[in-house]
Design a protein around this ligand. Sequence first.
Ligand code: PDD
Length: 286
Amino acid sequence: MRIVYVNGDYLPETEAKVSIFDRGFLMADGVYEVTSVLGGKLIDFDGHAVRLERSLRELDMKMPMAKDALLEVHRELVRLNGIDEGMIYLQITRGAPGDRDFVFPDPETTAPTVVLFTQNKPGLADSPAAKKGMRVISIEDIRWGRRDIKTVQLLYPSMGKMMAKKAGADDAWMVQDGFVTEGTSNNAYIVKGNKIITRALSNDILHGITRAAVLRFAREAQMEVEERNFTLDEAKAADEAFITSASTFVMPVVEIDGVSLGDGTPGRVAPRLREIYLEESRKAAV
Ligand code: PDD
């Protein structure tokens, strides 16, 4: 049975408990991180820890433990569950004040709730989906205005995945004022010739940890990167497209709203970036 972490304890998943008054449960008042594990080691841990601290700060919460201690909890869960390839999910909420109230509880008397669990995914890196590429549909982006904060408020992204599933596609790209913001749980890119185009960082999108690494590797490999808005029409006319996230790394997109990109295969740039990302990330893994 899976061993999970709850507020300082390592417990079998069936014994782990969180209050019904937890603000994560009642109000989606919490943030999360997903860190991938390859070869039993953590990918981009530092980036995820830094973003976690920022998400918490933006919501007037504090890191519940030092970064080193957090790393140890991640490592202990990997060890206890024997994870070679997979993910670690971490969630921190504003805690359980003992009743329902819109007003934030006093952090002196209400401790945050800290939960971590592993997801075992053998074959995560050698994914067949990465060889085939994925198909996306477009949907309107109707999320709130602080998408840079990684909150657990994931109802609309879940609905987007369901809309994609219903349409026989793999995922959805969200569009605001005609411009693509991001995927339901990933950052979105198009490729034109040798140029990689992706929306610039703002409150409109999550500042992907994989995005930062992939753009750095792309520049190091002398690829051209343009951080700007792109329209859905521009995406449909692109040579290639792809997404990035901690759980998919770099994943080619071969179809948008039923329109095939290029020759309908993953193309040249996305598979190359995936290869570089996996190689470099494994080297830097902790
Ligand atoms: N999602 N944009 C959104 C809306 C996301 O939810 C995610 C991550 C990303 C990519 O960020 P990163 O490269 O740091 O994983 C972009 C995680 C994986 C999830 O919800 O499971």
